[in-house]
Design a protein around this ligand. Sequence first.
Ligand code: 13P
Length: 249
Amino acid sequence: MKRKLAAGNWKMNGTNATLGELQTLTAAHPDPRIDILICPPATLIVQAAALTADGPLMIGGQDCHTAPSGAHTGDISAPMLADAGASAVLIGHSERRENHHETNALVADKATSAWSAGLTAVICLGETLAQREAAQTLDVIATQLDASLPGGATGANTVIAYEPVWAIGTGLTPTTAQIAEVHDFLRARLADRLGEPGANAIRLLYGGSVKPANAAKIFAISNVDGALVGGASLKSSDFSPIISALEQA
Ligand code: 13P
């Protein structure tokens, strides 16, 4: 049975003072029926991993370089994340695609590098508002999926996160039908490449303004296996009810 996944992306937020949230979450969910992943900023990964080592929380990075090491000032490699205690890494988040001009090909190379380091790659994709309004959503998703996901994806090494750019940090969410359309499409497209058992093993997360108030509704949608949560993952008082909603879905 595939376990659902609640993932939190802290983005460029959090200092040592924030780490207490992880202990609060662990205390609230000592034996969760789902997987829980927190991706703090890189500066906190070592401590976050140490703090959560004996509990159910998994720790992830927010990005990695394609190379395992080398002259890349300011970058962090997948083996370094693994060494720091991460078990997963977000790849191709729309903020990376936008702010750092990351292409689908680069995202695919990063995913390969994450796999080589033994990390689960959480590959992010999603359309902009202009693309949705131009009725290009499924074309954009197809192109991103095809070109961002390297050959060799399995349920163990890959998670796909659908995050419509216009829903991130805006308080806007797609309708139930819009989320279902993209998630059903992703599952079918994965099945074309991997066969049905392979496709069904890969968790599909929805991300973009997921909150305690809308989580249960989103988790009831077909082919939604969890969420990638930004703002509402920063405080355990927000993230904990989202975890509980996913456990009950
Ligand atoms: P928000 O939940 O803050 O909209 O962010 C979503 C996101 O980008 C998670 O990666």
